[in-house]
Design a protein around this ligand. Structure first.
Ligand SMILES: NC(=O)c1ccc[n+]([C@@H]2O[C@H](COP(=O)([O-])OP(=O)(O)OC[C@H]3O[C@@H](n4cnc5c(N)ncnc54)[C@H](OP(=O)(O)O)[C@@H]3O)[C@@H](O)[C@H]2O)c1
Length: 222
């Protein structure tokens, strides 16, 4: 089992931390306001969870998940993440993050910018195109007919394999969607970004399961 550091422990970070702790991983939670504000969540997640500072979560995680509003990506600490696999769950949302011309023009991706900020880390994009409530409910045991696949992109094959293995423990199959730049194929506004939404209730739980074949077709249509 792995120790997973969380930089950002809100809706996505908290949901992933719960899945990870339930799967037997140790989780280290952090946010912008400090560990005192995460003690209740840590207690709720059980003995495998603890609240820490951002630096500690980055240092102690064997792998680290970035779950902050995209505009905060430059505050992710660089030094403690050197040589580590970093999962990027963020999405660029201009209304929240402010406009970035390079992203608007498609010259870069949000994951590419995080990778440029962390040049000695191995950034893998995952979990960014599934609503947190659906992430919480769509997990299934390996081999279940309605087990969903989640897209994974990255420039380092070993890092992608590490994340795929983690995803497997959380109730999902990983689907290799290519290099980090290919994460644009499941960015907000793409068909694959809506894949897991309930066809009737949109954000209503439990969402809908998405097979690897279905995901591949949606990614190809972007
Ligand atoms: N919500 C979804 O279903 C969903 C799905 C896929 C992807 N995403 C993307 O995932 C990211 C997180 O979304 P979310 O919905 O989980 O947001 P959220 O609920 O608002 O949580 C954000 C977390 O990031 C922390 N944070 C903010 N600035 C920080 C900083 N400078 N250093 C450390 N921690 C910081 C916040 O801590 P404080 O509260 O202490 O500030 C909070 O714990 C976003 O980029 C979003 O676009 C969201």
């Amino acid at each position: 089992m792995t120790t997973i550091g969380f930089i950002g422990s809100g809706r996505v970070g908290g949901t992933l931390a719960r899945l990870a702790a339930d799967a037997g991983h140790d989780v280290v939670l952090s946010n912008s306001r400090g560990p005192g504000t995460l003690r209740d969540l840590a207690r709720d997640l059980g003995p495998r969870a603890r609240a820490a500072t951002v630096e500690e979560a980055a240092r102690d995680g064997d792998l680290v998940v970035v779950c902050v509003p995209f505009h905060a990506y430059r505050q992710v600490p660089v030094a403690p993440l050197r040589g580590k696999v970093v999962i990027d769950t963020t999405n660029y949302n201009p209304d929240r993050d402010g406009r970035l011309a390079d992203l608007d023009a498609g010259r870069v991706t949000s994951a590419g910018l995080l990778q440029a900020h962390l040049p000695e880390s191995f950034v893998v994009k995952a979990f960014s195109n599934i609503f947190h409530k659906h992430l919480a409910t769509l997990g299934r045991p390996a081999g279940a007919p309605d087990r969903s696949a989640l897209a994974v992109t990255g420039d380092d094959a070993a890092a992608k394999a590490t994340v795929a293995e983690l995803i497997g423990t959380l109730g999902y199959d990983a689907y290799d969607a290519g290099a980090l730049d290919d994460s644009r194929r499941f960015a907000p506004g793409t068909p694959a970004n809506h894949a897991y939404l309930d066809p009737e209730g949109m954000f209503a739980a439990p969402g809908r399961s998405v097979s690897a074949d279905r995901l591949a077709a949606l990614l190809a249509s972007a």
